[in-house]
Design a protein around this ligand. Structure first.
Ligand SMILES: [Zn+2]
Length: 283
């Protein structure tokens, strides 16, 4: 798919699993297990799906997934599927980590920035050696000093080396990145998460990140138990789902195990998915 000067491609760097109850908050299992069947440990499967935006001068990737720095215990807890990796996903597109010019980080949770750094001879380095990385300053500040409740989600080895090597660029608030790319700050899931909107006025795609990780999170009360401010998430969903409906946006899901993006339609007072797509070839 093309939007303005960018060619959009889907990169899938892996799969892992999280507790189904935590993924769906107050929604009863009898409802969410239909769309997201749990395993024997009550975990549901998550993809780590990225957008790759290529222009003549840039190759931008949004988020970096789980990465490969996990110990055996964590691999078991999160059922990290090691058949996949960012490098092999890039190779399938004829690219290497060296080719990436910009890494847009929606937030610094381990499943979004785990692949930002690699261990090389015991030393932590940026995984994309020629890239500038971007994050909201507010999210970095929180990531350095998270609460006791969410500190398990922020692992410093995934972002501290970026900061120290000077490749991490700070964004403050909503911002236009260039003619097609715009960043919107949301604060329900964590503080200073940014969504990425790519638009040329005709076609618009929103990288929802953890506002709505699965297509099944479109209905308004489907809000993760992880969220620090669930009622803020609710208001943010109302705001962006209305815009998505009014302006016919494609909503891109970073974690849905099947659906890459979808359009939405009205359903009662809320919304549900309309058309669902696994790849851009179907559009
Ligand atoms: Zn998150």
């Amino acid at each position: 798919m093309r939007i303005g000067k960018y060619k959009l491609s889907i990169i899938e760097s892996g799969f892992f699993s999280l507790d189904g109850g935590a993924m769906f908050g107050i929604i009863p299992k009898v409802l969410w297990q239909k769309s997201n069947p749990p395993d024997e440990a009550n975990r549901v499967r998550l993809a780590t799906r990225h957008l790759l935006l290529e222009s003549d001068s840039k190759k931008i990737i949004i988020d970096t997934g789980m990465g490969d720095k996990w110990d055996e215990k964590s691999k078991n807890i999160y059922a990290v599927d090691e058949k996949f990796s960012m490098n092999s996903a890039l190779n399938e597109k004829g690219l290497k980590a060296e080719d990436i010019t910009d890494v847009m980080l929606t937030h610094l949770h381990f499943d979004h920035t785990g692949g930002s750094t690699i261990r090389n001879n015991g030393k932590l380095e940026p995984a994309f050696p020629n890239a500038k990385y971007y994050v909201q300053k507010q999210n970095l500040d929180w990531a350095i000093k998270p609460s006791e409740r969410d500190k398990g989600s922020y692992i410093k080895e995934n972002f501290q080396p970026l900061f120290e090597s000077g490749v991490l660029n700070f964004i403050r608030g909503d911002q236009k990145f260039d003619d097609e790319i715009e960043l919107f700050v949301i604060n329900g899931h964590t503080f200073g998460q940014q969504m990425v909107k790519i638009s040329d006025g005709n076609t618009t795609c929103l990288f929802c990140s953890d506002l709505m990780p699965f297509v099944s999170h479109i209905p308004l009360p489907y809000i993760m138990g992880y969220d620090l401010q669930p009622l803020v998430t609710l208001e943010e969903k109302k705001k962006y789902l209305k815009l998505a409906l009014d302006e016919n946006w494609k909503l891109f899901f970073g974690h849905d195990p099947e659906v890459a993006f979808a359009t939405i339609k009205k359903f009662g007072e809320g919304y549900i998915a309309d058309e669902k797509f696994k790849s851009f070839d179907e559009t």
